[in-house]
Design a protein around this ligand. Structure first.
Ligand code: SF4
Length: 494
């Protein structure tokens, strides 16, 4: 049983397909994509934009291929970017074949629009030969004539019928590596159509509210539409359509997933709206921090709260926290615990340094092999023997003594690390025996601190027994020690 059932999202189990090396559907993370708005024939501009989209945290990117020159340009583009590319084709089957042959990893094309069976066969052969998947993209604005006549206007049933018709064309040709979207600019229509389609088939779904509008209105519309569906467990990849810079689409997409706990990437900032009680300028501080921390890709939580009304409570749940205090005496919290006072003009630098440190530790955790630790311990005991032998000259003694004390703190933690190896086995047993709920597992896998984990476990009625809890916290404590070893090793330049 989950400790916080109100946060559970039961994702619909869909089939797994691939767009290059990005897996979509099943239990795979919900991917975020955007679309370039440069001329595809302007190779340099398109590559630059794809790199900017990638840098913002996109998993996939779509590029429009309206003519032969564009599919030709695609070759150079796919060779020079890391993101897998979806070629947006619409009607012309030859463009689809060229795109698949020129490195596209997915084709956005509706097979029903191609018509001729042989042409469909040729497109699917090119897709199969080039490990290229397909997205069937049904759109309320371009439904088939007969479907529109049958239903009089775009409605959920019409979108679903069009999708199922296109699906059948692919299935009849033994092609199953595809995902589907049923988009509309109307939030109600989109939600109803996706819900119906999700019940009718198990192929992965690409979610989007099409032509959603400008940055503000489009982000709101998309958050409502996609948020509702994601809460229902529907959706395997998302695109936010904005009349704005595609990089912003990725930012909003990632924020939606972060808000729902479906994806953790980068710094998640919790901040108050500010009011007359604020001890420092919350809004300006958050703006600057967002900018300065945009390079962090590991999940770190940060609370920036203007005063003690909500500050300590929020800080208790975050990795790094600042709570405003009178006369510039703001309080820094690390892993929910008070650390030190910070003057207002030092907040930015202090927070950036602490978030970077936390991010470094998270990354470092997986980089310290046990062998290195054993080597350090051996080096430490050899130094100890040398120093206590009495056969060492003064100068060498001073050098070795310095090295010994530098190593000392590392060794204390290194020894704890080795015992962690033992604890880890027990921890893994607990994590795998089904008695630990998903949220707790996610916290552990996302390197949440011991403080956060014990807060989580003790806040609600715990569902695991005391012995297991002890082992669990032991494991986490030891994991923290391991991180600390990595950090110290770096500091000591060893
Ligand atoms: S946390 Fe404090 S400063 Fe921020 S909005 Fe609330 S009362 Fe105002």
């Amino acid at each position: 049983m989950s400790l916080r059932p109100f946060r559970n999202i039961n994702r619909k189990k869909t089939r797994v397909i691939n767009v290059g090396d990005v897996k979509i559907g099943g239990d795979n993370p919900i991917s975020v994509q955007s679309m370039t708005n440069t001329l595809t024939t302007d190779v340099k501009a398109t590559i630059d934009q794809i790199n900017a989209i990638h840098e913002e945290g996109a998993d996939i990117v779509r590029v429009s291929c309206p003519d032969e020159d564009s599919t030709k340009a695609l070759k150079e583009i796919t060779n020079n970017v890391k993101l897998p590319i979806i070629a947006d084709i619409h009607f012309h089957y030859k463009r689809a074949i060229e795109a698949a042959e020129n490195g596209a990893k997915c084709l956005r094309i509706n097979p029903g629009n191609i018509g001729d069976k042989q042409k469909i066969h040729d497109v699917l052969s090119a897709a199969k030969n080039n490990d290229c998947s397909i997205r069937i993209g049904v759109n309320a604005g371009s439904l088939e004539k007969d479907i529109l006549e049958k239903y009089k206007e775009p409605c959920p049933e019409a979108l679903v019928e069009s999708a199922l018709r296109n699906i059948k064309v692919l299935e009849d040709q033994d092609f199953f590596n595809f995902k589907v979207s049923v988009k509309s600019s109307d939030v109600f229509l989109s939600i109803a159509a996706y819900r119906q389609l999700s019940k009718a088939m198990d192929y992965p779904l690409h979610l989007g509210i099409t032509e959603a509008g400008s940055f503000v209105s489009g982000s709101v519309k998309s958050s409502i539409g996609l948020g509702t569906l994601l809460l229902d467990g529907i959706g395997d990849t998302i695109r936010i359509s904005l009349s704005d810079d595609p990089v912003k689409e990725i930012k909003i997409g990632n924020e939606i997933l972060k808000s729902l706990g479906l994806r953790n990437r980068g710094v998640k900032i919790i901040s108050c709206p500010s009011c007359a009680r604020q001890a420092f300028q919350v809004i300006d501080t958050v703006k600057v921090l967002e900018e300065k921390l945009s390079h962090i890709k590991t999940p770190v939580t940060l609370s920036i709260i203007g005063c003690v009304v909500n500050g300590p409570g929020e800080a208790a749940m975050t990795d790094v926290g600042i709570t405003g205090g009178g006369k510039g005496n703001n309080m820094l919290y690390l892993s929910g615990v008070q650390s030190k006072k910070v003057l207002t003009n030092e907040i930015i630098d202090r927070v950036v340094a602490e978030v970077e440190k936390k991010s470094f530790r998270v990354r470092k955790k997986i980089m310290i092999p046990a062998k290195t630790i054993e080597e350090l311990i051996l080096k430490h005991s050899t130094l100890e023997k040398d120093l206590s032998s009495g056969e060492i000259d003064k100068k060498l003694f001073a050098e070795k003594s310095k090295e010994y004390s530098d190593l000392n703190e590392i060794i204390i933690n290194a020894k704890k690390y080795l015992s962690y190896e033992e604890d880890k086995k027990d921890l893994e047993k607990i994590l795998n025996d089904g008695s630990v709920d998903k949220e707790l597992k996610d916290m552990i896998h996302n390197n949440s601190s011991e403080n956060e984990i014990s807060n989580y476990v003790f806040k609600d009625n715990q569902s695991i027994d005391q012995a297991s809890l002890g082992l669990l916290l032991n494991g986490v404590t030891s994991a923290e020690e391991l991180i600390r070893v990595g950090n110290l090793k770096e500091d000591a330049n060893l």
